[in-house]
Ligand binder design. Sequence first.
Ligand SMILES: [Zn+2]
Ligand SMILES: [Zn+2]
Length: 244
Amino acid sequence: MIPRNHDYHIHTNYSPDADQEATFEAYINQAQALGLTKLTFTDHVDIDAVHPLFHTPIDYNAYLKEFNTVKQTSPIDIQLGVEIGYQSHVVEEINTFLSKYPFTHVILSIHYLEQKDLYTQEYFIGKTKRQAYQTYFETCLDAIESIDQFDVFGHLDYITRYSPYGDYDYEEYKDIIDRILQALIRKNKGLEINTSGIANEQRTYPKQEVLDRFIELGGTTLVYGSDAHKISELGRFFIQKKQV
Ligand SMILES: [Zn+2]
Ligand SMILES: [Zn+2]
């Protein structure tokens, strides 16, 4: 059973790319309206980020103070999570950061490859589709093998989101994807069903075939995450509306 009343991937206005009105309280109010009973806040931490917006790190002392105050009076359960961005040259810094705070849910994600921002498409310049996607998946595997302090891998196969090459065929990348799924299972880690792709690409990250394969190989931990960056995106495409 995959819990549908819990959104495991939410950005507040502490994330520099989120809406200014996306406060803890506003999400909690929206959760109540939707019938979500649990929220895990997972703001961005991308150490040595390429994108200038992310150069100023979140002040976690202020963050924790506010989170704990809100939690005391919140009518629903809220959890402290984080979305940590993997880059191979900052593994030590990632481990140090994750050890410092009491996160109950860590999403390990990839937003940069070869110190290039996937969002700007710079990464794809001079690469064939095969080279670009294969390197992405290999880096996902490196991330999973290099980091132990995480709970789920975030938006696996999100490489297509800003790619000039579009969608991919699972069969073509089966070898590397299966190795990723097997590594997650071996390390007792989960996979998120990131619903942010449904509006643009009509699919979740990762796609259904990959989710099915994860289960087929023995994976058990799957969680839904909207990857909301504004209030209206909370629980998108998976929340079962409150019964009236
Ligand atoms: Zn992300
Ligand atoms: Zn996110």
